[in-house]
Design a protein around this ligand. Structure first.
Ligand code: GCW
Length: 675
């Protein structure tokens, strides 16, 4: 539990405070053809509109008729022209979950493809605020770029001895489970589902991919818990998925094997999936971490990952379910003396030979980089190497390596870079290559949901970017500020822009430099330059008195650079063209190597660490300008966390600078302190 967990009931409204609905709530709103037409999300929309209009003095009219009949003659609400009309119109030619917005003759119309589209259209109007009723509003059409926009919770039912209630959770306990059981009161889960729907998320996996004993049983005798969670998410258009253990036929089914090619194993999965769908007809599917960090998998039987994934997929297929099969497979028993094994190569080496062998309802889920959610690593080459396999891009909203929700780190800046990256340099992006977009949630039972109140923007930004990867993170930030702090003094927006824009770059400045990765201490927080260097999990920088970095070239290194298509294989291979920010990921160079920026590696490290840490001090000063302008509890929490960020950044600065000094013997030409 974090020290921030409060026991009093109640939680922060995040991006849906009542005031965010004020513009809408003052208006006359008509919903056509609702409710009771077997579209439960329409009832959700109506309830939202009713609450908003009741609060702010507007009027809600539920009118008969379909969208088409209202085309010329908008329904009158007792003689008034309605300000807003919402209708589902399957004939409008919109993609699933899509909607169109237009304004004519004083009325704004939202036309939706289906009931989910109506819900997303409603939240679009909320985001627009007064702008939704401005005659200058330009017509627009909206549909998600990715049909599956999923959050994975690494929540445990039982508190795990090492990982706690939520693995890599930095916001208190789980909102689902407490001390070995599903919570009785799921009101807060409903509030969470509402926030997610407003950001565009439509799937949630409700338990940790490291599936321990109790959690495994969510699939069988604890299925009722999943039924209840599905009920809480359903009104918000969110389908529930479950992380399952590949070993379940043995641990739960009592079989002697979990060999995917054994017919008894296939039967067990078939029967189990049938029972799940009897209880939860809209169940989404399974998420599986197999042969990864100690989790069971097909390797024990000499089978490959396609054999493993397909047996589960076939059990789900009759019901339209999918398997998200994670590609996070690598040797975590490495020997630092072995210079050939390269963790970065592992997923590609294991999976790309299987391209085309996965069933239609398998989605191979790939972390965005080849290592593990680092502040800077290249985009995984696997995302460009499996054209005949459905892929999901996996991001991490929880800030495991990125400051653990103690540091301000606005992740959409990084995600937007990843989603828009062009593996072939020809306009096709990662977003085009990945069918689904998934991220590990950063939410817990903390009153601000995310520990650091500003980390709410990451959760919000994830949903919005999964819907539309082309959105500008700076615009998204303003959008989030507008919703979260409606009507606030303009200084609130100024300060938040100042703190959050470029915050990823700041974090990168004072932590592991130039793409070197890790350098973190125990628990993945704070500096630990050599902490992982001699561990079995991988070796990340090979620093000695002459130089630093991992040679991953084809010519003389691990060959990882050759996993990329052109133009990147050559770009990364060559010292002349490798981008500075990834230099030490791909090359081992002397400390005096001159970067494209004109600085030496060592001077770059000195300068960035000095400047990055100084920047956090400025951030803390800027925040103090908001005293009295935002909610006191929120103000206090952020102030406290900024103080920790300043402390931690100073520690990073001093340890990394000193490490480089002691290894290189090169003094800092700017003359800052070295120890
Ligand atoms: O980054 C690592 C984490 C593990 C996590 C694993 C994974 C759930 O340190 O805690 O396990 O990744 O993604 O499976």
């Amino acid at each position: 539990m974090s020290e921030h967990t409060v026991s009093t009931p109640g939680w922060h409204a995040a991006w849906l405070p009542d005031d965010a609905f004020a513009s809408l709530g003052r208006r006359t709103v008509v919903v056509l053809g609702a409710p009771g037409d077997g579209a439960p999300l329409v009832a959700t929309v109506v309830a939202e509109l009713r609450a908003a209009t009741d609060r702010s003095g507007g009027r809600l009219v539920l009118a008969d008729g379909d969208a088409a009949s209202a085309d010329g003659d908008l329904p009158r609400a007792d003689g008034d022209t309605p300000d807003l009309v919402l209708a589902v119109d399957p004939a409008a030619g919109l993609p699933a979950e899509g909607y169109a917005v237009e304004r004519a003759r004083g009325t704004t119309r939202v036309t939706a493809a289906d009931d989910a589209g109506l819900l997303y259209g409603l939240f679009h109007v909320v985001r627009l605020g007064e702008g939704a009723f401005d005659d200058a509003l330009a017509p627009s059409r909206h549909a998600p770029a990715h049909a599956v926009r999923m959050l994975d919770h690494w929540d445990n039912v039982d508190v795990h001895d090492v990982m706690g209630q939520v693995e890599r959770g930095f916001a208190g306990g789980s909102i689902f489970y407490s001390d070995g059981a599903l919570r009785d009161d799921l009101t807060r889960v409903g509030a969470y589902a509402r926030l997610l729907a407003a950001s565009g998320v439509n799937r949630v996996a409700v338990n940790n991919v490291n599936v321990h004993r109790t959690e495994a049983r969510l699939l069988t005798d604890r299925l009722d818990d999943v039924v209840r969670l599905a009920e809480a998410f359903r009104p918000w258009g969110i389908r529930v998925h479950l992380a399952v253990s590949f070993g379940a036929p043995m641990t739960l089914g009592g079989l002697a094997t979990c060999d995917p090619l054994d017919p008894a194993v296939a039967d067990w999965w078939t029967g189990t999936a049938r029972r799940v769908y009897e209880a939860i007809p809209d169940f989404g599917g399974f998420v599986v971490k197999a042969d990864s960090e100690g989790q069971p998998g097909p390797f024990a039987y000499g089978r490959d990952h396609a054999d493993g994934a397909n047996v589960l997929a076939r059990a789900l297929a009759p019901y339209g379910g999918v398997v998200h099969w994670r590609a996070f497979v690598y040797n975590h028993h490495q020997d630092w003396r072995d210079r050939k094994t390269d963790r970065a190569r592992a997923a590609y080496d294991h999976f790309t030979p299987l391209d085309g062998k996965f069933d239609e309802n398998v989605v191979v889920q790939v972390k965005f980089g080849p290592l593990d959610f680092q502040v800077r690593e290249p985009v995984s080459p696997m995302l460009a190497a499996m054209p005949r396999t459905h892929l999901a891009l996996e991001l991490q909203v929880t800030q495991e390596y990125t400051g653990q929700q103690k540091h301000v780190y606005y992740l959409p800046e990084q995600w937007s870079e990843v989603l828009g990256w062009e593996p072939w340099g020809d306009g096709r992006t990662v977003s085009d290559a990945a069918r689904d977009v998934v991220a590990v949630s950063n939410v817990g039972d903390d009153r601000f949901w995310t520990g650091h109140p500003l980390a709410q923007a990451n959760l919000y930004g994830f949903g919005r970017l999964a819907w539309d990867p082309a959105l500008d993170p700076a615009d998204l930030l303003d959008e989030w500020v507008g919703l979260t702090f409606p009507g606030a003094d303009p200084r609130v927006q100024d300060v938040l822009r100042d703190l959050m824009r470029g915050s990823r770059a700041t974090y990168e400045q004072y932590t592991a430099p130039l793409g070197v990765c890790f350098m973190v201490g125990p628990g993945h927080y704070g500096p630990g330059v050599d902490y992982y260097e001699y561990s079995p999990w991988g070796t990340y920088h090979f620093a000695d008195r002459d130089g630093i970095g991992v040679d991953r070239t084809r010519a003389s290194g691990t060959g990882y650079a050759g996993q990329y298509p052109e133009p990147w294989a050559s770009t990364y291979e060559s010292l002349d063209t490798c981008p500075d920010e990834l230099l030490l990921f791909f090359h081992h160079v002397p400390y005096t190597h001159v970067l494209h920026s004109g600085k030496t590696v060592v001077q770059h490290v000195y300068d960035t660490h000095t400047d990055g840490a100084a920047r956090t001090e400025e951030m803390a000063r800027r925040w103090s300008d908001l005293d009295g302008l935002v909610d006191d509890a929120l103000f206090g929490r952020v102030r406290e966390l900024l103080a920790e960020q300043v402390r931690s950044a100073g520690e990073w600065r001093d340890q990394v600078r000193t490490y480089f000094w002691r290894h290189s013997g090169v003094p800092d030409e700017r003359g800052g302190p070295l120890y």
